[in-house]
Design a protein around this ligand. Structure first.
Ligand code: CP
Ligand code: NVA
Length: 303
């Protein structure tokens, strides 16, 4: 049986994705009893570190956190040497990395599941939390019409994959050069539900029951900050933009947020906002992901 990894939402079939979401809201199994989970971070984190550590604890395991510079991926020793050693100590290896290629290299040589805790390409654990949040506060997946406003980034890609795989609709309102390219729209369209894209954020949010955004400057893009702030200036999610979405539309953001840039304080802290519930569901989703991987690794209850 080959080792399963969670680098992208598309590593799951739609049926498995539904199962992970069901596991997320189920009581946590004790399938990590006596086992370790390695958490390696090349970038800062609040939600991801805490939710993963607590999910491991709730499943009976022991999380071991290490910073990227301490491990020295490809500087102190190779990614492969680090991974093969950690796989002998831990039931799961989770990593937050600059380059998606790093988690792919880990998965290629690991005898235990590798989880992507955010790369430059994707953020699958965030998308799982987003789906749980929308299921609880908006509707069933096939009732979702999600507008992504701003930068088509790691969070956007994973969210779109999850929404579309479960039959929801996606709309992108992103400026030229920061929108999904035509071949990416084709790839997403092939996953399931309908996809549309417009450089006009007002057109993009029309009919949406969820408006989702994220920072204009992701970790690792700090040198582009001034340029990006100019490009995205018309893409703030404020009350005026929310008024163009469906009546009662909810606002979501993976956080950390920048009030006055990608979202107004009024929307972020207002009654339509789901951001705190969404952040708390990172714990829910971390349990779902780890429970699924433990089932698949042969150590869980459904091996
Ligand atoms: N949303 C998210 O991943 O937050 P952190 O960077 O704080 O982990
Ligand atoms: N797109 C952001 C998400 C942070 C959780 C980043 O990569 O920095």
């Amino acid at each position: 049986m080959s080792t399963r990894h969670l680098l992208d939402i598309t590593d799951l079939t739609p049926g498995e994705l539904r199962h992970v979401l069901a596991l997320s809201v189920a009581p946590p199994p004790r399938s990590l009893e006596g086992l370790g989970v390695a958490l390696v971070f090349e970038k800062p984190s609040n939600r991801t570190r805490h939710s993963m550590e607590m999910a491991v604890v709730q499943m009976g395991g022991h999380p071991v956190y290490t910073r990227g510079e301490e491990v020295g991926l490809d500087t102190r020793e190779s990614v492969e040497d680090v991974t093969r050693i950690l796989a002998g100590y831990h039931a799961v290896i989770a990593a937050r990395v600059f380059s998606h290629a790093t988690v792919e290299r880990m998965a290629a040589c690991s005898s235990v599941p590798v989880v992507n805790m955010l790369s430059d390409r994707s953020h699958p654990l965030q998308a799982l939390a987003d789906m749980v949040t929308m299921r609880q506060h908006v509707g069933a997946p096939d009732e979702l019409s999600v507008a992504w406003v701003g930068d088509y980034n790691n969070v956007a890609r994973s969210l779109a994959e999850a929404v579309l795989m479960l039959g929801g609709a996606m709309s992108f309102g992103c400026p030229a050069g920061y929108a999904p390219a035509a071949d990416e729209i084709d790839r997403l369209s092939a996953l399931g539900g309908p996809v549309r894209s417009s450089a006009d954020p007002v057109a993009a949010v029309a009919g949406a029951n969820v408006v989702h955004t994220d920072t204009w400057v992701s970790m690792g893009q700090e040198a582009e900050s001034a340029e990006r702030r100019k490009v995205f200036a018309g893409y703030i999610v404020d009350e005026k933009l929310m008024a163009s979405a469906a009546p009662g539309a909810r606002f979501m953001h993976c956080m950390p947020a920048h009030r006055g840039d990608e979202v107004s304080a009024e929307v972020f802290d207002g009654a339509r906002s789901l951001v705190i519930e969404q952040g708390h569901h990172r714990l829910t989703a971390a349990r779902g992901a780890l429970s699924f991987l433990m089932e698949k690794s042969g150590k869980g209850p459904q091996s």
